[in-house]
Design a protein around this ligand. Sequence first.
Ligand code: CO
Length: 435
Amino acid sequence: MENVKNLFSFIENSPTAFHACANLCKALEDSGRIRLTEGEKWELKPGHGYFVTRNMSSVIAFDIPEGEADSFRMIAAHSDSPAFKVKENAELSVRGKYTQLNVEKYGGMLFAPWFDRPLSVAGRVVVRTDKGMEARLVDVDRDLLVIPNVAIHMNREVNDGFKYNAQTDMMPLFGDETAKDGFRKLIADSAGVPEEDILGCDLFLYPRIKGCVIGHEGEYMLCPRLDDLECAFAGLTAFLAAKRPEKGVNMLCVFDNEEVGSGTKQGADSTFLCDVVKRISISLGRGEEELCRALAASFMLSADNAHAVHPNHPEKTDAENCTFMNEGIVIKFNANQRYTTDAVSAAFFHKLLADKGIPCQHFANRSDVAGGGTLGNISGSHVSINTVDIGLAQLAMHSPCETAGTKDVDHMIGGMTAFYDSRVALGRDGEFFLD
Ligand code: CO
């Protein structure tokens, strides 16, 4: 349960992708990894670990081996979760009596569970400084807002199915009429600057719920943002627990904007990973051909949570290729390659887990359901390497409070650590030597 406790505290301190990124960086820095910036020259040394961020919301960490950097072992996860983003003109007035925040959807979320619970606001602001401007994280960090339901008496048919409208149904109540023009001041106070020094904002609502263990014997947990901070946390824990590699580069890549298609400068569909891989190679004095050879011998675990069989709706999942909480790491398959897993990457990962006695299970969507894509196939279009799509089985994905298995946290950390400690050499196409 130690890892579950640490996961809860990581998630509680990571209300937005910016905070998740900052917490990953802090743990990397505390472990002795060196912070790089994209704008400076990199002089990497064998035996040292580094990390670099882009947009303060995506981070790539890597450990340079003492020996040859002849392959990359990459784990990818995402830092963002669906939420409501505060619009630039942040306030709405209702009949001169209420002040609401004006918000829009970020990603595809379940609406209903956002109602009638305390919410707060966090994110990033850009503030004026003596030399120019600087981005800072903010978190109001108190029970601040509510999106109130309409009473059953005024909406008798609601339990027969209700179509929510993001513009009319989802605006949170911020205060009475005296709250008008108060939002920017509140954010400025949280950032510790005068209101006129706030130059820009990326602010999101978040639920105030803390992670908790539930179930007959504590077998489940209920917690916000398990998709995908559970995998990001497991990736970090494994990266720090793995032995420093003798050969090959261990990498942890946590990308923002997966929930909106990854197509931003810092998303999995950007040059970020490709740029980092190239710069590692250049800094170590390796040629272009050596980089191509290293990529051919590389593997990626694309880690993003998966759907468990729903207790009320088992018919939603395939009869056999379905997964349950606490039964191990999910390997995801899709014939159309929305998941990147193929016979080679699945075989490699199966063997790795079997050797360590870590359970795994297999997921495919019902054949009449188009599932969602994730990181692997998108990053693979920029850095094309063998990839297996994995995750942990959970319920209520994209609810502000999700349910998953407490035992699976250790399964994922164990599997990821085994991956970082593995060695692969390439034979002819389709042949791999493992030790
Ligand atoms: Co996800």
